[in-house]
Design a protein around this ligand. Structure first.
Ligand code: TPP
Ligand code: MG
Length: 365
């Protein structure tokens, strides 16, 4: 048994389908559609630039998301401001559509004094308290039980909030995936799981990850709905997520959304994908680039002109270049800050160590 992937020809039909349903409740307005497009494009520009900066030695490490922008932006756009996300290292589009500033993303990659993580997290392991974006955990799927716990806390406190928890296809083979899904199903946690099935877990193809014909059917075993959407169709992802989020908010429990998409770039800047996958496979998915698809939809619907498109791109490029230029000037985090944020009131022995370390730092700096 193997995972069936959507065909290129179906794609065009699905995009055309947006038009018919445009008037349905909750559909994005014209301004919102352009906003979604801008954020998808910004995610792509940020991604390309970050990859290049790593190659130039200006940042140490990066996890690219090119190809997955529709799954990320379309899903997170369905949230309200107070809701929470538990993303993965690859979810730049989630951070940007939720309102993370470009400068804080750049600062994080540089680990400088403006980095919300204060240079203590691995690069691409984002965390933004201001937008309810939980800090990324490196061990695959380990954030999922935590996300369910947060959703349960919201339920116990009668808060009108939901959690969106992201994970990959590879994550579905982990024990934490089982624990989180099982608990969420039993207790009807107000959570929606977004599975970005990008076809690969580093060098392992999804067909070797599982014997299940689909990943979405795994939700059935835990007693909740699993749906599959074309993850390169931003409005299809948005609609499926909006429906699932509403359901969770009504107290009707979790949903898993399997977004069929593709990682067009390397797994990370430490990976060479030509070692394990064919050029033909990549080329086929490039022809279904989610940004190209959405752009041609907007143009066909006369919502975006060529001039506006070039103006948006220019604006975003300028914004990105100035964020990078400013963050490259920012100093490193103060070395003393390594003692902060651990204890609410500092124990005497830590204070003593801090005083000793300060002397040592001053000799080294
Ligand atoms: C528990 C655990 N095992 C192995 C790894 C090494 N590792 C890092 S990313 C990754 C692949 C994850 O694949 P997937 O869940 O499909 O997400 P993707 O990277 O494709 O977005 C692996 C195995 C890890 N970080 N944690
Ligand atoms: Mg994957």
């Amino acid at each position: 048994m193997s995972q069936s992937r959507p065909q290129v020809k179906d794609k065009v039909l699905q995009v055309a389908g947006f038009q018919k349903e445009r008037e349905m409740k909750g559909e994005p307005s014209k301004e919102e559609l352009i906003h979604i497009y801008r954020v998808m494009l910004l995610t792509r520009l940020f991604d390309t630039k970050s990859l290049n900066m790593q190659r130039q030695g200006r940042i140490g490490f990066y996890v690219p998301c090119t190809g997955q922008e529709a799954s990320q932006v379309g899903s997170a756009f369905a949230l309200r401001r107070d809701d929470w996300t538990f993303p993965t290292y690859r979810d730049v589009g989630v951070a940007l559509i939720r309102g993370a500033s470009l400068r804080s993303l750049v600062a994080h990659l540089m680990g400088n004094s403006n980095d919300p993580m204060k240079g203590r997290q691995m690069p691409s392991h984002w965390g933004f308290r201001t937008i309810n974006f939980a800090s990324v955990a490196s061990p695959i799927a380990s954030h999922l039980p935590v996300a369910v716990g947060v959703a349960m806390a919201m339920k116990f406190k009668n808060e009108d909030k939901v959690v969106l928890a992201y994970h990959g296809d590879g994550a579905t083979s982990s024990g934490d995936f089982h624990s989180a899904y099982n608990f969420a199903g039993v207790y009807k946690a107000p959570i929606v799981f977004i599975c970005e099935n990008n076809g690969w877990a580093i060098s392992l193809p999804v067909q070797r990850q599982t014997a299940s014909p689909t990943l979405s059917q795994k939700a059935t075993a835990y007693g909740f709905e699993g749906v599959r959407v074309d993850g390169n169709d931003v409005l299809a992802v948005y609609r499926a997520t909006a429906k699932a989020v509403d359901k969770a908010r009504r107290g009707e429990g979790p949903t898993m959304i399997e977004c069929l998409t593709y990682r067009l770039g390397p797994h990370s800047t430490s990976d060479d994908p030509t070692r394990y996958r064919s050029r033909e496979e990549v080329e086929e998915w490039k022809r279904r680039d989610c940004i190209e698809i959405f752009r041609s939809f907007l143009k066909k619907e006369a919502l975006l002109s060529d001039e506006e498109d070039s103006r948006i791109r220019k604006e975003l490029e300028e914004e990105l270049n100035s964020a990078i230029a400013e963050e490259e000037q920012a100093p490193r985090p103060a070395i003393e800050s390594i003692f902060e944020d651990v204890y609410s009131s500092e124990p005497w022995n830590i204070r003593e160590q801090f005083e000793e370390a300060k002397e040592d730092f001053s000799k080294r700096m």
